[in-house]
Design a protein around this ligand. Structure first.
Ligand SMILES: [Zn+2]
Length: 193
């Protein structure tokens, strides 16, 4: 009989301790949540409507831009942008996205994403310039090309091109700029060529 009482007593004490523990745990979480809400509420209260809206509309864009930058630097050169678990095979000359073998096609030695194949085939491409490849020049050309594509859907092909110099048998690398017939003036202007 005494044993039974003792067991009951111990059970009650254990349950009580567990109850207090749970109470402390949830109480702590509740306080933490409240504190977070306070922190989150603060800027909303301090901002007027206009600047608040501005903040709301800019920050997701900025975030996605940062994320896509991150991707370009570290991922898209390794993995296909449409198949994140498949290694990329090269960059599309139109979108400059890294794509896997299935997503790419080669047209006259130019790598084109399959989704932009029609855009490539339906247009006449004119070679606007061929200059010796230099790192700085290539970087600035690619930046212009990316900007025109991303902001205006204007496709320009900036392509590396190898030539063998017969005199000294050395391979020389050139940059070639191709534009659609209708964009020639615009592209010349943008690239200052
Ligand atoms: Zn792919």
């Amino acid at each position: 009989m005494d044993n039974l009482v003792l067991i009951l007593l111990i059970t009650v004490i254990v349950l009580l301790v567990m109850f207090i523990g749970l109470l402390a745990f949830f109480g702590h979480r509740f306080l933490k949540l409240k504190e977070q809400n306070k922190v989150e509420e603060k800027p909303v209260v301090n901002l007027n409507d206009a600047s608040h809206e501005k903040k709301e509309s800019i920050s997701p864009k900025l975030l996605s831009a940062l994320r896509s930058n991150d991707k370009t630097e570290f991922q898209s050169s390794v993995y296909c942008v449409d198949h994140p678990d498949v290694f990329s095979h090269g960059k599309c000359a139109i979108s400059y996205d890294a794509l896997c073998e299935n997503c790419l096609t080669k047209q006259e030695n130019i790598l084109i994403g399959r989704k932009y194949l029609d855009l490539f085939l339906d247009n006449d491409w004119v070679e606007l310039q061929m200059v010796k490849d230099e790192k700085e020049l290539r970087r600035s050309y690619i930046n212009i090309k990316k900007r025109l594509w991303e902001q205006e859907d204007l496709p320009v092909i900036v392509q590396g091109h190898f030539k063998i110099n017969i005199q000294d048998d050395k391979v020389e690398q050139y940059i070639v700029i191709l534009s659609r017939q209708e964009d020639i003036a615009r592209v010349r202007d943008e690239f200052s060529i």
